[in-house]
Design a protein around this ligand. Structure first.
Ligand SMILES: Cc1cc2nc3c(=O)[nH]c(=O)nc-3n(C[C@H](O)[C@H](O)[C@H](O)COP(=O)(O)OP(=O)(O)OC[C@H]3O[C@@H](n4cnc5c(N)ncnc54)[C@H](O)[C@@H]3O)c2cc1C
Length: 464
């Protein structure tokens, strides 16, 4: 039998959650090994470097990480500033990865995780076996390493949801891929700006990412009059469509919805509601026509931006015994606490290692990935998760069970759950950003409305 005691805890992904997990492990004297697919830290965050976060610096750094950084002379950026994704990566995440030195390996894509010599069927001595982690390196070579525990913080960025309201790609979506983007456009990039200038663009989704895209295209339209957007929502417009607005405890998050509303009110975007795209057709002059499940055909557009949520890639965990909720693809104990079918303003109890545990002991999904398709993830949720999980790995049950979670409310509390509108069918965005609120209980006492982010058919808060 291979002994596990001297093996590292393998952390998948050098994003905010993965790097924070490594910092907590170091604080506890446990060796982490962070495996990052990209060539630098925060590869996913860098992909949306042009997007300004709705959280301030005060809500974006982890306490253990700050302690690790302090001796390097690092100083925390001004607490009240809203950084961009690029700022977050450059001013905090990369310096944190740098201080971890060779505990972070880049160009290391995890392609499989299992127990050494035990596929998921085999019971014998299973928990005594170390984890085996399969990697593909940047040059294409494969490698296997062993770990005493695995913290999967690989996020959801690389797997955006498709257009179809049934969760499948719309017919013709793949064929039209050259005209479809799943990301918020960066108009500072001349090629991206040219792509949308003077064009008619459909924006699909109803979370913070879609709000951001609509506001971005409205800004472009102010100077480029032929630029116009069509905002496609699977549900109807209601009081919560634009998020919590001025009632949101994260004011910048509330402002995103208001900016989207202004884009519609000012005539830069037309809203099409209750529209579930079934087919994308190409016209003779190479434009796209969206056809709804109800047979409606929209006027042709030149481009489509899909911000209908992000979803977790569970494929490389298939040899592990995970207990994932069948709807949200989040850990079963966590799912009821974050389920947008049930929580508009319901209580989300504190969660940590217990809610994040699986039948396969020693494996935890944390960060954005832990929320599966639920739309309400915030970075500080991830920091609290990894504090608890690393305490559990260290055997410090008292600290692991203690929950120190405080989250802000969206201001859209009340009324039906996000998915309760029969006209909606399913949520429209997913990530971290806007509407569906929920309550979070802080410590053992007070419940605080919290929430969130986009709805689940669009893309992560931000989505993509
Ligand atoms: C546009 C946008 C705006 C957001 N704004 C806010 C905000 O204002 N406030 C807030 O609290 N939250 C916000 N969020 C939500 C959330 O905090 C971020 O998504 C955050 O980056 C999640 O951190 P993470 O570490 O869980 O995942 P990620 O940041 O996605 O990091 C995952 C890392 O894992 C790597 N990886 C993936 N697969 C593998 C693999 N197989 N092997 C090795 N490495 C792998 C990726 O390259 C990446 O570096 C936003 C999200 C988005 C998308």
């Amino acid at each position: 039998m291979t002994t596990t005691a001297n093996l590292p805890v393998v952390v998948i992904g050098a994003g905010p959650a993965g790097l924070a997990a490594a910092a907590h492990l170091v604080e506890r004297g446990i060796e982490p090994l962070v495996l990052e697919a990209g060539s630098s830290a925060a590869t996913a965050v860098r992909a949306w470097s042009h997007v300004r976060l709705f959280s301030t610096w005060n809500e974006l750094t982890d306490p253990a990480a700050e302690k690790l950084l302090a001796p390097t002379g690092w100083t925390k950026p001004a607490a009240e500033i809203y950084p961009t994704g690029g700022d977050w990566a450059e001013q905090y995440l990369q310096p944190l990865a740098d201080v971890l030195e060779d505990k972070v390996r880049y160009g290391a894509t995890v392609t499989g995780v299992s127990r050494l010599g035990r596929d998921r069927i085999v019971d014998a001595d299973r928990e005594q076996q170390p984890f085996t982690i399969r990697l593909t390196l940047a040059d294409g070579t494969e490698e296997r390493i062993l770990g005493r525990a695995v913290i999967d913080a690989s996020g959801t960025w690389s797997t955006p949801s498709p257009i179809g309201a049934d969760g499948l790609p719309a017919l013709g979506e793949h064929a039209a891929s050259a005209r479809i983007s799943y990301r918020i456009p960066d108009l500072k990039d001349p090629a991206v700006r040219a792509r949308y200038t003077g064009k008619r663009t459909a924006v699909i989704g109803s979370g913070a990412s879609a709000f951001t895209a609509l506001a971005t295209l409205a800004d472009l339209a102010k100077n480029e009059p032929d630029t116009h957007s069509v905002w496609i929502l699977r549900r109807g417009i209601s009081g919560s469509t634009f998020g919590g607005g001025s009632a949101d405890q994260l004011p910048a998050r509330g402002a995103l919805g208001l900016a989207a509303k202004a884009a519609v009110d000012d005539g830069y975007a037309d809203a099409v509601t209750g529209f579930r795209t079934e087919v994308i057709e190409r016209t003779d002059n190479d434009r796209l026509v969206l056809v709804g499940e109800d047979g409606r055909r929209l006027d042709p557009v030149d481009e489509v931006i899909v911000l209908t949520g992000l979803r977790p890639d569970l494929s490389f965990l298939s040899e592990l015994r995970l207990a994932q909720d069948e709807r949200l693809q989040a850990p079963v104990e966590l799912a009821p606490l974050i389920d947008p079918n049930q929580h508009s303003c319901g209580t989300v109890y504190p969660h940590g290692h217990r809610e994040l545990s699986h039948p396969e002991k020693g494996v935890y999904l944390v960060g954005m990935k832990s929320y599966g398709r639920a739309p309400t993830f915030l970075a500080m949720t991830g920091y609290e998760q990894v504090r608890s999980v690393t305490a559990a790995i260290a055997g410090d049950t008292e600290a692991a069970d203690r929950v120190e979670l405080t989250l802000p409310e969206t201001g859209v509390c009340g009324g039906a759950g996000l998915f309760d509108d029969p006209a909606a069918g399913q949520a429209d965005e997913g990530g971290c950003c806007a509407p569906a609120p929920a309550l979070v209980q802080i410590g053992t006492g007070i419940s605080v409305p919290v929430a969130a982010a986009e709805d689940t058919s669009s893309g992560g808060c931000c989505g993509s």
